[in-house]
Design a protein around this ligand. Sequence first.
Ligand SMILES: *Cc1c(COP(=O)(O)O)cnc(C)c1O
Length: 379
Amino acid sequence: MDIDIYALPSPCYFVDEGLLTRNLEILNSVQERTGCKILLALKGFSMYSVFPLVSKYLKGITASSLFEARLGYEEMGKEVHIFAPAYLEEEFDEILTVCDHISFNSFAQWHKFKNRVQNKSGKRVSCGLRINPEYSEIETPIYNPCYQYSRLGITLANFRPEELEGIEGLHFHTMCEQNSDTLKRTIKVVDEKFGSYIQQMKWLNMGGGHHITREDYDLDTLVECINFFQDKYGVQVYLEPGEAVALNTGFLVAKVLDIVDNGMKIAILDTSAACHMPDVLEMPYRPNIINAGKPDEFSYTYRLGGMTCLAGDIIGDYSFKEPLKPGDRLVFCDMAHYTMVKNNMFNGINLPAIALVSQAKGIKVVKQFGYEDFKTRLS
Ligand SMILES: *Cc1c(COP(=O)(O)O)cnc(C)c1O
């Protein structure tokens, strides 16, 4: 789609409704082929101005906290699921009012809250346990829920089959940006270890980390994995991707503020890796920029740096066909997920505006931030 990036504020995240719709259609095709239910993991993408669109396709949301659960309840109003490593006593009544499924991370957590679930009036809540199959192909330890001494999920050694009364589902989440061949190997382990317990359940949640909307993703194998459990045990399968919903649907527009030279040319931008794209430093990875290449691929190479005083606030080295000059705009790709939900105002740097673009409605800036947002988080 052609959009005038100079018509947007800077910096600004924008999400393309057409691209988002395409992802939602792919996800929906999996639901239609299998009868599984797909939820949006708000941890990865919580842009609630598009929840009306998301809710046309997906069955609800999954949350990691009361606040996410409440946002999903208020703004989408479909199924609300939650998993957290532990729940706060003072929040649990509210969690019970907004959630349909609650997954617990230990038998101790389940016993602690079991009576409150069972004595609640009104809407019925279905409870599950997160299991740790101790099988993951994630190589980055901070994203691997099965690394040694992981706190996430109950291992087979810690599983207590005699304490399952009232438990209706099992949940596992062991993947990150992976294809369905990984899932296929994972479910084999899950079935070998936990199959006899899945048999007693109503539902099985296979977590997130499925890169379903990526170009080379093998949908047929995913369908096979879902059908495997549904056919073998009669369970309702849930998937809860975050990244796959918003993958390649959003961009971050930023502006060149200055060019300095300290052995190489460095462009200082009105954005920041540390504040606006923290995964660039954490993961780490190098985002693509429209019309830019690898260092020396084109004639003019620059290191792109952010506005904070963190020495390592560097996005990466890129080359361009023309020299950069102050005022030029750059468009970073794939900036919808794990950005808006993770950004921060370190150094008092303002947050990027948030905009929605669509063929029919053009550009709509849905949110802008300012000093009050900075001040209200401090005192
Ligand atoms: C992070 C997370 C998700 C979403 O993961 P993506 O990689 O964004 O698909 C889903 N479920 C749980 C329990 C998670 O921790």
